[in-house]
Design a protein around this ligand. Structure first.
Ligand code: AMP
Ligand code: MG
Length: 444
């Protein structure tokens, strides 16, 4: 056995290759997916590298990483064209030349024959591999993968398209992995909504010490603050340690917790409504349809989502859901009235939606409304850009209206308003919207 064959895959790196990734024209979803697969197997991923279609840079990256890890998974650059340079770069890093693999050649010829074509010189390149490397079969495309060894590190080169890469990884790379015995990595995600990341972190306190095990960290995106809990150690200790850490997190941020794993706020809302057999309406001003789109994008939303109105103009707010027109259009010189962006108007929109629905025989339990200043124009000293009022009206209950000042540009403000509206109803259904959820919101 060679050194590489005996070595445990303690540490791994992922390399994605392609100009399109470097230039920001395509999103690198392969790394995201591979990192999860390797981590699940207890292999510690220590670096993600993204390299353009440059033979020397790919070569240098492979050599550099091979000095540090026992396993490298590469994706991209295995096609037949001049910018597909992974096989040459791998040969360079292995200090070998490329040879034609007879079985690979026969396989490529068979594919072309089945398509009524003959193998061109250009495509024939895909049968090549570094001398001591082997080809990895591709069940879903024409580019075989290549497995080689650089500086005692196993290198698996896979095609770029996810629909070819994923099955190839599962069929040929996973079985070849040698994760460290007895050691596992376990990760859990707990999702919170309604508190800024800094406040969540403050509440978690000492749990977030970097040298703790499990480690607890936070990331914020689209208003959702995710608490990540990660254990690395003996398999026998994993379950107990994870349960204890998760329980502590639940105690500290339980009031804003809404789900686990990949759950989103709208998905959790649809779930909570379905459990209770309740339905919701929306009536939107500055979000102009975003709340409806968010709820509607959840599979199965039809069980709980009735629809709603897009009352962008003042005239629509009055004509459709009955907001008193004298609140909205203010002739100069009259005493102050609530205005289109106000708690009163938000409440009247949501309550009006429930009333109109009831008059027409529609059985709605809740209505969500949003009115605000999304900017960039339209702000005043009293109601600056980002001022947003969100109301939740529920049949037989006092309407909950909240005032937010949301940071960011027009699109941030609209997106955040829509998520916040769904979050307000979600928290209500789960036992009460926390009082902390109002006013200042960070946009992360
Ligand atoms: P290639 O293997 O370089 O010929 O890549 C072919 C196609 O695969 C690219 O045009 C992308 O659409 C896709 N692709 C390549 N690398 C990635 C990646 N890291 N994540 C997601 N898709 C990718
Ligand atoms: Mg490419």
């Amino acid at each position: 056995m060679t050194n590489a064959e005996m070595m445990t895959h303690e540490r791994a790196a992922i390399v994605s290759i392609g100009d399109e990734l470097i230039l920001g024209q395509a999103l690198d979803t392969n790394t995201h997916w591979l990192a999860q697969r390797l981590t699940e197997r207890g292999i510690r991923v220590i670096e993600h590298a993204t390299v353009d279609d440059d033979r020397a840079r790919i070569d240098a990256t492979l050599r550099r990483l091979a000095a540090d890890v026992q396993c490298i998974v590469v994706t991209g650059g295995l096609g037949p064209t001049a910018d597909d340079l992974t096989r040459q770069a791998l040969a360079d890093a292995m200090g070998q030349t490329l040879v034609e693999d007879p079985e690979g050649l026969a396989w490529l010829e068979a594919i072309e024959r089945a398509r009524g074509r003959t193998l061109t010189a250009q495509r024939r390149v895909q049968a090549q591999r570094p001398e001591s490397a082997s080809l990895i079969p591709n069940e879903h495309g024409t580019a075989p993968g290549i497995r080689g060894v650089v500086d005692d590190a196993d290198v698996f080169c896979l095609p770029g398209p996810p629909r070819e890469m994923r099955p190839m990884f599962e069929a040929s790379v996973e079985p070849a992995l040698r994760p460290p015995g007895g050691r596992v990595i376990r990760a859990e995600l707990l999702r919170t909504f309604g508190l800024p990341e800094s406040v969540v972190a403050e509440r978690l306190g000492a749990l977030m010490d970097r040298d703790a095990n499990p480690t607890v960290g936070t990331t914020a995106s689209g208003g959702v603050v995710t608490v990540r809990i990660r254990f690395e150690g003996a398999e026998a200790e994993a379950a107990t340690a994870m349960e204890a850490a998760c329980a502590q997190v639940r105690t500290l941020v339980g009031d804003v917790l809404f789900g686990e794993g990949e759950t989103t706020v709208p998905a959790a809302l649809v779930d909570a409504l379905r459990t209770r057999g309740e339905r919701v309406l929306v009536v939107e001003s500055c979000t102009s349809g975003l709340i409806g789109a968010m709820i509607g994008s959840v599979p199965g939303a039809s069980d709980v989502f009735l629809g709603g109105w897009l009352t962008y103009a003042n005239a629509m707010k009055s004509a459709i859901v009955g907001v008193p027109p004298q609140w909205l259009d203010v002739p100069p010189g009259v005493p102050p009235v609530p205005g289109a962006v106000s708690a009163e108007t938000a409440a009247a929109m949501a309550e009006g939606a429930l009333r109109v629905a009831a008059e027409r025989g529609i059985d709605a339990h809740h209505a969500l409304s949003v009115t605000g200043v999304a900017g960039p124009g339209g702000g005043t000293d009293e109601k600056p850009v980002g001022t947003v009022f969100i109301a939740r009206a529920t049949r037989g209950e006092i309407t909950d209206v909240r005032h937010f000042l949301i940071a960011g540009d027009r699109s941030d403000i609209r997106e955040r308003s829509a998520t916040t509206a769904t979050g307000m109803l979600l928290h209500h259904l789960r036992g009460g919207t926390p009082d902390v959820m109002t006013w200042q919101m960070e946009t992360t």
